[in-house]
Ligand binder design. Sequence first.
Ligand SMILES: Cc1cc2nc3c(=O)[nH]c(=O)nc-3n(C[C@H](O)[C@H](O)[C@H](O)COP(=O)(O)OP(=O)(O)OC[C@H]3O[C@@H](n4cnc5c(N)ncnc54)[C@H](O)[C@@H]3O)c2cc1C
Length: 221
Amino acid sequence: MSTKDGYKLFQANVLKLEEIATGVFVLSYKKLHEFIAGQVVAITTDLNDESRLYSIASGVREEEVRILFNVVPEGKLTTQMSQLVEGDQIFISKPFGKFTGTKEPAYWIAAGTGIAPFASMFYSGLASNKVLIHGGRTLSAFYFRNVFEVYFDDNYIPCCSQQSGQGVFKGRLTEYLKSLNELPPEHKYYLCGSAEMVVETRDILIQKGIPFKQIIAEIYF
Ligand SMILES: Cc1cc2nc3c(=O)[nH]c(=O)nc-3n(C[C@H](O)[C@H](O)[C@H](O)COP(=O)(O)OP(=O)(O)OC[C@H]3O[C@@H](n4cnc5c(N)ncnc54)[C@H](O)[C@@H]3O)c2cc1C
């Protein structure tokens, strides 16, 4: 079956929908296709509607696929997805995309639900030699924090723009990056979030001497 936007879709059934913070959910379904950590799928709940893209947030060897999403005010699909229950039907494309993780040393830089592809890379065994920087407005926005803190220790840097908290940089992730004296130019820099965040972060990295070719970005729009 295909959608209006041309993706070939496959039927899946919801295994679980968990609200992990207010308006932020993890949706899971049984894995249908192999993927590379960092890839996305197109999802819809209704074959007559256009689908939307979501990063896979689970590991490549897991039996279930997990998607992390936030409900967008008046958002068509996220409102529908937030009301799904176990067993409900959803339609999923094959995974695709080039924002894929490797074993090379890298900085993983995410804003909001942009943490999802890095969660997939983490659960796929790619987290050694990585620094994970996550920006969020409130302290509840650091999804999977308990897991990341244990693994990354000082190489996990939550940056909170509107609240203060223990072990959290007070300010936006861009301010955190600006505060650093130097960044390794030979590392890769993976950026995932809104267009605004990606452009601003990319500019800071370039100002700090990171070659453009070392910066890889995924924009959520
Ligand atoms: C490559 C890629 C990967 C993505 N991965 C994820 C992911 O893992 N998790 C995730 O939650 N989203 C992800 N997105 C965004 C997702 O595809 C949808 O755009 C989003 O969930 C909104 O869908 P909707 O149908 O609820 O809103 P729509 O009905 O499409 O939008 C309603 C209105 O809200 C605006 N809007 C859309 N998104 C936002 C937003 N985030 N904040 C504020 N306003 C918004 C739209 O411009 C529109 O005016 C990704 C996007 C891309 C391109």
